[in-house]
Design a protein around this ligand. Structure first.
Ligand code: CMP
Length: 475
């Protein structure tokens, strides 16, 4: 700004000198040649240098008047520089008028009006070529007439998100200096179309700053402390006291806003930062706390794979299993805690004949079928329902599974592992005997189904008892 006005001032004597020289030239030209030019066959042609010289004189006169009017009179009266666009329009209009007058003076026989009005094609071509330029030009004129902002105001051109200080309005565009010290040119026609937010230079413009405190801090104390800290900050206007107010009772904090007014809005970035800094120190000094995002967590205890049942219910179920009848309530509870529940869909195989196995199962809900597979065909041996158990043969003898077990309907089973059974056997020796009986009986059943010789259950049971004890390391 300063540079351009001083440059203009330096040009002024030069212009004065040029005007005087041109005037002198025209005067001499008229003195020596004008008498001869008014006669003769080439009169019109010879008038050209005279017209050019007069036009030159007119041009410099206009520049002189322009400088006198805008650089001195306007600035002294209004206190700021005249907009470039206004100066340019003034120059153009005056110069056109003078040119027409000169032309008319020398060539009174030529009708200038007719020349322009009759040339329709010329008009169309010019119109098309200057479409954008004229759009910008007329938008510029309307901006000047409307005066929505002035040089030095901060504006935000909303759609293009340009913010900065207005440096000038030209034929074509509004020139903004952004806060990163870049120049942005927004064309006048674009600016005329969209919303422009203006923070006038001579206006008290406000800003909002946000922060959050914890719920345990007193709002009244926060308001007092922050307001007092902010009002002293540089560039915060003393004319209006800053406002500190609760914006929202948030999920994990009280959300605040500080509204303050600035002396010089163009410095709002620095002032915002200072206000935030003052707020931090004020809160720190007064034992108030900025809020961090917090959450109340309800921890869910990890449950075992048992889907629906509670321990008591399982202990009840186990107490109904005939082999577990000798167990005390405590032992049943312990066993219940050691079980793992599994749910099977109808048709799913729970145990496959020939597989290794180290656990037994109690049917908690539903029904399963024990099947033997012979020459590729499965043959049912038994159906077991709630309170029955299976899988004990492999668990207690260490042999492979003797049969397959398939769910007949949706079935929930309770799995009992080797460790849990070993513990029970140590405290309940009679349990080994009853289980040996069950196994012996089932073996007999399997043999019958397979049409083999039925083994002697009694002798079988005695043999099993010994091998189970050995397998479990019992005496
Ligand atoms: P296991 O051999 O571990 O795996 C297959 C299971 O089928 C077996 O243990 C027994 O629990 C069960 N089972 C085998 N034969 C019969 C039967 N005759 N009656 C009932 N259940 C049986």
């Amino acid at each position: 700004m300063g540079t351009s006005s001083s440059a203009r001032r330096n040009r002024f004597p030069l212009m004065l000198l040029a005007t005087v020289a041109t005037g002198l030239g025209v005067y001499l030209f008229t003195l020596f040649f004008a008498a001869r030019l008014s006669e003769g066959p080439h009169t019109s042609f010879l008038k050209i240098p005279a017209v050019a010289l007069w036009a030159l004189l007119a041009y410099f006169t206009v520049r002189l008047v322009n400088a006198a009017l805008f650089d001195f009179a306007f600035r002294i009266r209004r206190g700021y520089e005249a907009p470039t666009l206004v100066r340019n329009i003034f120059t153009l209009v005056i110069f056109t008028v003078l040119f027409v007058l000169i032309f008319k003076w020398f060539y009174s026989e030529i009708n200038l009006g007719a020349l322009f009005t009759t040339s329709a094609i010329f008009g169309v071509i010019i119109g098309l070529a200057l479409q954008d330029t004229l759009g910008n030009f007329f938008s510029g004129i309307s901006l000047q007439a409307d005066r929505p902002f002035q040089i030095g105001d901060v504006i935000v051109v909303s759609q293009q998100k340009h913010t900065g200080v207005v440096e000038g309005i030209t034929w074509r565009a509004i020139k903004i200096r952004t806060f990163q010290n870049h120049i942005v040119l927004v064309s006048n026609s674009n600016a005329a179309k969209e919303a422009i937010e203006v923070a006038p230079r001579d206006n008290l413009n406000a800003r909002l700053i946000f922060f959050s405190t914890v719920y345990t801090d007193s709002p009244a104390k926060t308001i007092h402390v922050v307001r007092e800290a902010v009002r002293d900050a540089d560039n915060v206007s003393e004319k209006i006291t800053p406002i500190v107010r609760i914006r929202n009772l948030g999920e994990s904090s009280i959300e605040w806003e500080i509204k303050y007014w600035l002396e010089d809005y163009a410095k709002y970035n620095d002032t915002d930062a200072l206000v935030r800094q003052r707020t931090w120190y004020a809160l720190r000094r007064n034992g108030l706390t900025f809020a961090f995002p917090t959450r109340t967590l309800h921890l869910e205890r990890k449950v075992t794979a048992r889907p629906t049942t509670a321990e008591d219910e399982i202990a009840d179920r186990l107490s109904a299993v005939d082999v577990f009848a000798p167990l005390s309530t405590d032992e049943l509870r312990q066993l219940a805690m050691a079980t793992v529940g599994h749910v099977f869909a109808p048709g799913e195989t729970l145990i496959r004949a020939g597989d290794e196995g180290s656990s037994m199962f109690v049917v908690h809900n539903g029904r399963v079928q024990v099947q033997l597979t012979e020459s590729g065909k499965s043959r049912p041996v038994a159906v077991l329902s709630e309170g029955n158990f299976f899988g004990e043969m492999a668990l207690f003898t260490g042999e492979p599974r003797t049969a397959s077990v398939v769910a007949l309907e949706e079935t929930e089973v309770l799995e009992i592992g080797h460790a849990a059974m070993k513990h029970l056997f140590e405290t309940n020796p009679s349990l080994v005997e009853s289980i040996s009986w069950t196994i012996a009986e089932r073996r007999a059943g399997l043999a019958a189904s397979a049409e083999q010789a039925t083994p002697n259950s009694l002798a079988e049971s005695a043999g099993l008892l010994t091998s189970i004890k050995r397998f479990f390391g019992l005496r």
